[in-house]
Design a protein around this ligand. Structure first.
Ligand code: C2E
Ligand code: MG
Ligand code: MG
Length: 757
């Protein structure tokens, strides 16, 4: 069979796959790059948060340190008992010391009852009492607290902001509680500090006491100050180390944040920078969407291109397959065509030569297929061929092949095949054809069909595919000639016969062209010896080949198509001869000329006959055309019938020659415009020897009488035969009893002698 190349270009699916791979690869690369960008964004945010935490921590620590120093000075001035300095002077010194931080807040000192005795804002005696503040109570109760950071509180003086206080205990020389020194720090300071920082839209900054109490937070909400974060998720992580960075959900507003925290020096405070994850990824997200969109569009484009390309490729491949099918397969039956059969057969022959094995070629030809085509139409003919092809395919097995050469010719090539297998397969084919073929389902037509099979075997019957095919064809012709619907093996003598046949054909062609043929005339005689007419019979004497019998060369002429030329020539000769005889007073009433199916198929035959008669001054009734029954059974019945009707209409007599040897069908005789029957000489000759033949002869004559046809007996050689025929109503005789076929001048003499007799 035709083999297709397997490659990338023959597989549209591979294009799709490649397209998908490219898409997946590019998408993968883009995804990895985007992931990396995301990591970078986070790393950048981490640096930023950490840096911010450090700088805020430094700033805060510095401020607190200043406070500390101021407080210590106040403390020293108030605590240190100095005999030189009056208490008022000490108070003044302390006031001066407290004044150094007046920008940041207030420093106060109290007595043991919580009454403010020193206020950095004024030298006037104060009325403020802080005995209920947590820092006072802590120092009053525990002597060892050291520096204490208070909870946020609203200052007694009117203010919008909370404050916190850093406090220390005041003690006398014996360590007894003397009051507290406290520096209050307005949290407004941190608020300004926080608001100056760059944070993004959803960032947060938190100043937390180490126990989780919020001292200040951005975004600022007054209610947040003093709240505890101890229950949150982020805060616990900030108590475990001095500094750190992590991502957690904020318990304040449920936003995910990157937190970077730092403990403020030695102070019990933590500064926490929280950058919103949403802000961190905002830039990245925008870029990711843009890049993702571009990638998606590219991917879609690639896939679409691949789809288009693969569809195009698919179409092209389908077309190629179609072309290949057209080139190698028969369109009607889908069987391998002549070209493919030849190619495969060559391959099989090569195999057989290598393996020193045999193989067979079966030439299968349908019997009378042309007739089906002509009578039923080409559509039915095609249906029949398709069905035959299917049946044949079923008869062929394995690696053997069956192909259609064209028309109604099929060829089977059988591998590893001997005479037995070939006969077996041929037999199977004949069997398969026995069942009539039902066609045109609607009309329920069923056609019986036979096949003739010729078989040639390699290497015995030929060593090349051409020879084997030719010899199988020849054997097939044998099968046809032997009666059709059978198989014949090729035999070497066919070759010889075929050669001889060809030689004769060439010689006959030459003889026809050179006018080397002759025509002999045999009289048709009526009762009482009256001349009824003469039959023109062609004669051929070749200098090299000798005299060749008409039966033989007429058959060759029929096969080769020379017959129409030959018959035309004889008809012309016969008419001119009749005219010539009449011109010299030889009265021949009618001339018979033999014709065959091929003549009637000539569209212009009736016209030609009319013209010829006219040319020689004859009437149509002067001519009889003899044809065998085969003509009526020919495949092209319609053309033939038309010609016969035309000739009959002109007045030419139509005669059935050799009647009784063929189909002898009454119905055909009725349908065709026939006027004469010629009983075949084989019947006549058996008169007197076979009772059976005699009764058959009688039957044939009865048919003629029934159809009101004139009856002529051929090959009458004896008086007894003539008398028998006469007794049964046959009145015209032709045969050696009267005269053999004669050359024209001999015939004229014979006729004159008759006339005188
Ligand atoms: P046919 O038309 O049946 O011709 C009669 C044949 O019987 C002739 O054979 C003739 O010689 C032979 N014959 C006549 N009387 C006797 C007899 O008493 N005894 C015997 N044994 N034979 C006799 P022929 O001439 O050999 O022709 C053979 C056939 O060739 C013819 O048979 C005819 O079918 C065909 N034929 C001859 N000439 C032509 C022609 O010009 N065109 C065509 N198409 N066919 C022709
Ligand atoms: Mg004849
Ligand atoms: Mg005859």
């Amino acid at each position: 069979m035709a083999r297709t190349r397997i490659s990338f270009l023959t597989k549209p699916a591979l294009f799709l796959l490649a397209g998908l791979c490219i898409t997946v690869a590019t998408t993968g690369v883009v995804a990895v790059a985007l992931y990396q960008m995301r990591l970078d964004a986070m790393a950048q945010a981490r640096d930023m948060a950490e840096n911010l935490a450090i700088s805020l921590e430094k700033e805060t620590e510095r401020t607190l340190d200043i406070y500390q120093i101021a407080m210590r000075n106040v403390l020293t001035n108030l605590e240190t008992p100095s005999p030189e300095l009056a208490p008022e002077t000490r108070q003044l010194l302390a006031f001066n010391a407290a004044g150094t931080i007046s920008d940041l807040g207030v420093i106060i000192a109290t007595d043991t009852s919580g009454k403010v005795v020193l206020d950095s804002r004024s030298m006037q005696p104060s009325t403020i009492d802080v005995s209920r503040r947590d820092y006072f109570l802590v120092h009053q109760q525990s002597p060892d607290v050291g520096l204490y950071f208070s909870k946020p509180f609203m200052p007694i003086t009117k203010s919008d902001y909370h404050s916190i206080a850093m406090s220390r205990r005041l003690a006398d020389a014996n360590g007894r509680f003397e009051g507290v020194v406290a520096g209050t720090l307005s949290l407004r300071y941190f608020r300004h500090l926080f608001e100056d920082s760059i944070l993004g839209d959803h960032g947060s900054l938190t100043l937390i006491r180490t126990d989780g109490i919020i001292l200040m937070r951005r975004p600022f909400k007054p209610g947040d100050i003093g709240r505890s974060l101890a229950d949150g998720k982020a805060y616990p992580l900030m108590t475990r180390a001095d500094h750190g960075t992590f991502v957690r959900r904020s318990s304040m507003d449920n936003k995910d944040r990157l937190f970077s925290f730092k403990r403020i020096g030695r102070y019990p405070m933590i500064i926490a920078v929280g950058l919103s994850v949403q802000d961190i990824y905002a830039g990245w997200r925008k870029r990711a969407i843009a890049i993702g969109a571009v990638t998606a569009v590219l991917d879609v484009l690639i896939i679409m291109l691949c789809l288009m390309f693969s569809a195009q490729l698919q179409r092209r491949l389908a077309m190629e397959r179609q072309l290949q099918k057209l080139a190698w397969f028969d369109t009607l039956t889908s069987l391998p065509n002549r070209r493919l059969v030849n190619r495969e057969a060559r391959g099989i022959l090569a195999d057989a030569r290598r393996q020193s094995s045999q193989f067979a070629i079966l030439f299968v030809d349908l019997d009378r297929f042309k007739r089906i085509n002509d009578t039923q139409g080409h559509a039915i003919g095609d249906e029949v061929l398709s069905e035959v092809a299917q049946r044949l395919r079923r008869c062929i097995q394995g690696e053997d092949m069956i192909g259609r050469l064209g028309g109604d010719e099929f060829v089977a090539v059988l591998r590893q095949c001997d005479v037995h297998k070939a006969a077996h397969v041929a037999d199977r084919i004949l069997q398969a054809m026995q069942q009539p073929i039902a066609v045109n389902a609607g009309r329920d037509v069923s056609i019986a069909l036979g096949v003739s099979i010729g078989i040639a075997l390699y290497p015995h019957d030929g060593r090349s595919v051409d020879t084997l095919l030719r010899n199988a064809d020849m054997a097939m012709y044998r099968a046809k000639n032997a009666g059709r619907n059978q198989m014949h093996f090729y035999a070497a003598e066919y070759e010889y016969e075929a050669k001889e046949h060809l030689e004769l054909e060439i010689a006959l062609q030459q003889a026809l062209r050179e006018g080397a043929l002759q025509v002999a005339y045999q009289p048709k005689v009526g009762a009482w010896g009256i001349l009824h007419g003469a039959e023109a019979l062609v004669r051929w004497h070749d200098q090299k080949l000798g005299t060749i019998a008409p039966d033989r060369f007429v058959a060759i002429a029929e096969e080769s198509g020379l017959i129409t030329e030959l018959d035309t020539w004889v008809l012309e000769q016969a008419c001119s001869q009749l005219a010539a005889w009449r011109a010299v007073g030889v009265d021949v009433p009618n001339i018979s000329v033999n014709v065959c199916a091929a003549d009637f198929k000539r569209a212009d035959f009736a016209d030609f006959v009319a013209r010829t008669l006219q040319t020689h001054g004859l009437r149509p009734s002067d001519l009889t055309l003899e044809m065998t029954e085969r003509v009526m059974f020919d495949e092209s019945t319609d053309d033939i019938r038309a010609t016969l009707e035309a000739l009959h209409a002109q007045g030419v007599t139509l005669s059935i020659d050799d009647f009784g040897t063929g189909y002898s069908s009454l119905s055909y005789l009725q349908r065709f415009p026939v006027r004469e029957l010629k009983i075949d000489k084989s019947f006549v000759m058996s008169i007197g020897t076979s009772a059976m033949a005699e009764s058959l002869t009688q039957t044939v004559m009865n048919i003629g009488h029934a159809l009101k046809l004139s009856i002529v007996a051929e090959g009458v050689e004896t008086v007894a035969q003539r008398d028998f025929l006469s007794r049964h109503g046959c009145r015209i005789y032709q045969g050696y009893l009267y005269s053999p076929p004669l050359a024209p001048q001999d015939f004229a003499q014979w006729a004159k002698a008759r006339g005188r007799a």
